[in-house]
Design a protein around this ligand. Structure first.
Ligand code: PXP
Length: 255
């Protein structure tokens, strides 16, 4: 039977709205508290180098106020390591970062900077933080992540979601979903926890939730967007329902 599937709610997008007007509201910590009440298993927040949405005080407040684990997304830099060492979040997801990008556009190329990543993973792990690497759904990247000591990988689902949203691109979507299945199977074989996220919506989450090795999904943009119309709790409940619907197929396939 497929293991349970956790939902991490990414609150960056609430902070993006706050930054658009330079006001103290809307408060991403308030969103995180509501999300936890609505059943989020963890909260995800990305402290970017340019502090364009989440800021340092948000991380401090999230650590102090939320009743569920914090998954801090960050680049593998000394500055971010010092912040993580100070707050000791439950988990860190290492992501690539480019200032000019609108969002995290691709996965980390784990093979291009193994020395840096091995060192960062070792230092975070020694402080008791679970480390995942945000990677393209590629079995070779999964194997490399494992050799670097990561306890988890987060598979980038953006290409799959983009293909699903492009009319008439069913073949590309199927190929992208196959890549996710292959990478997840590789993680399962090596005992690396498999997470996934980026671009997931109520429409696209089911097929990813059906991948039996995946144990955690991190979702932000679609949830916060839908919350404008139906409220955050309802948006989370509906996303959960879509996840459960997809997961049921994984259970059927495994039995
Ligand atoms: N996982 C990672 C590593 C991310 O960088 C993001 C985007 O911040 C997400 C998940 C969530 O993506 P989305 O906001 O598109 O749901």
């Amino acid at each position: 039977m497929a293991p349970p599937l956790r939902l991490g709610v990414n609150v960056d997008h609430v902070a993006t709205l706050r930054a658009a007007r330079g006001t103290p509201y809307p408060d991403p910590v308030r969103a995180a508290l509501l999300a936890a009440e609505a059943g989020a298993d963890n909260i995800t927040a990305h402290l970017r180098e340019d502090r364009r949405h989440i800021v340092d005080t948000d991380i401090a407040r999230l650590m102090a106020e939320i009743p569920v684990p914090l998954n801090m997304e960050m680049a593998a830099t000394e500055e971010m390591l010092a912040i993580a060492a100070n707050h000791r979040p439950h988990a860190v997801c290492l992501v690539p970062e480019r200032r000019e990008e609108r969002t995290t556009e691709g996965g980390l190329d784990v093979t291009s900077q193994p020395g840096v990543l091995r060192d960062v993973i070792a230092r975070l792990s020694a402080a008791g933080t679970r480390v995942s690497l945000f990677i393209e759904p590629d079995p070779a990247q999964v194997r490399e992540a494992m050799t670097l000591g990561a306890s988890a990988v987060e598979l980038h689902t953006g290409a799959y979601c983009d293909a699903r949203q492009s009319e008439g691109d069913g073949a590309r979507a199927a190929a992208e979903l196959d890549r996710i299945h292959a990478a997840a199977a590789e993680a399962g074989q090596h005992g690396v926890a498999c997470h996934a996220g980026h671009g997931l919506t109520e429409e696209t989450v089911g097929a990813v939730a059906a991948v039996a090795e995946i144990v955690e999904l991190n979702i932000g943009h679609a949830l916060i967007g839908e919350a404008v119309f139906s409220g955050l709790e309802t948006a989370i409940e509906r996303m959960r329902a879509a996840m459960h619907g997809g997961r049921a197929h994984a259970v059927e396939a495994a039995t």
